[in-house]
Design a protein around this ligand. Structure first.
Ligand code: ZN
Length: 279
């Protein structure tokens, strides 16, 4: 009996050690979970300022399937260039002209001046579309409030009109239309600009050419990764001094779409601009 109880005591002693280890492990795991959760939450908060492109680009698919007058599926690609005008704009225009196609340029107002006037006139004359990509493009100067964004876009629109003679009808939010900066006044600003005859336009295919310094091959592969997902792809590329590789990649991107049966057009002729999220 003694032995038995001793055994039992030893057993329960052993058991309580195991229980202790188990409890400690549970506490450590819970602590890790909480700390992990906190870190994840912190990161998630930081990530609010990054575009939710992958999630929202799906929304556009259903909206953009259209057909020609014989009921055949029409496949039209919309090349869009952000951040111009730049020293590369003429090179981009040359390639578009060689291919007999047009694109839409989302321009930064403060880069439009006498030295870029000739290029912009050419851009419009050759059938390309001018659109607004804000006046100063810096998050802290455009996204402070609904008023600052509204004023900045209107200022850019006026400048574009002054230098090209064209009233822009489309604008694009830097970092896309779903970004943390505008979340408190997103609907407000979209409605205000709509009253001015301005619609926003996102994208559903991206060359990712402004993320780091990708080479031409990488940019082509980025577009290729989902270029046939849409019948009306809106392709994001950049027209900026540093984007030499984008210019290099452009002929291959155009060929890729042409070979897949797509024609090209400007956003103005799309049945609606690409918008990630209804407002
Ligand atoms: Zn931009």
């Amino acid at each position: 009996m003694k032995n038995e109880s001793c055994k039992n005591d030893r057993g329960s002693f052993k058991k309580s050690i195991y229980q202790g280890i188990y409890n400690s492990l549970v506490i450590i795991m819970a602590a890790l979970f909480l700390v992990g959760g906190f870190i994840f939450k912190t990161n998630a908060h930081e990530n609010e300022f990054i575009v939710y492109e992958d999630y929202y680009r799906k929304n556009d698919q259903a909206l953009t399937v259209s057909s020609d007058n014989k009921g055949r599926l029409k496949k039209t690609a919309y090349l869009t260039f952000d951040d111009g005008p730049s020293n590369r704009t003429e090179e981009v225009l040359d390639i578009l002209k060689e291919n007999d196609i047009n694109a839409t340029f989302f321009l930064i107002g403060n880069q439009i001046n006498k030295s870029t006037k000739k290029t912009l006139k050419r851009l419009v004359k050759e059938g390309n579309q001018v659109a607004v990509h804000t006046y100063c493009h810096e998050a802290d100067c455009i996204y402070d409030s609904a008023d600052t964004y509204y004023n900045d876009v209107m200022k850019a629109a006026k400048r574009i009109k002054k230098y090209t003679g064209v009233d822009p009808k489309i604008y694009r939010f830097p970092w896309g239309s779903v970004n943390g900066y505008i979340k408190n006044y997103r609907k407000d600003i979209i409605m205000r600009l709509k009253k001015e005859g301005l619609e926003y336009c996102d994208w559903n295919v991206s060359g990712e050419d402004s993320i780091g310094s990708p080479g031409a091959r990488q940019i082509i592969n980025n577009v290729k990764s989902n270029y046939r997902v849409y019948n009306e792809p809106v392709i994001l590329l950049h027209d900026a001094n540093a984007r030499k590789e984008t210019v290099k990649a452009l002929p291959a991107i155009i060929k890729m779409y042409k070979d897949a049966g797509y024609s090209f057009d400007i956003i103005e002729n799309r049945n609606k601009p690409c918008q990630w999220k209804p407002y």
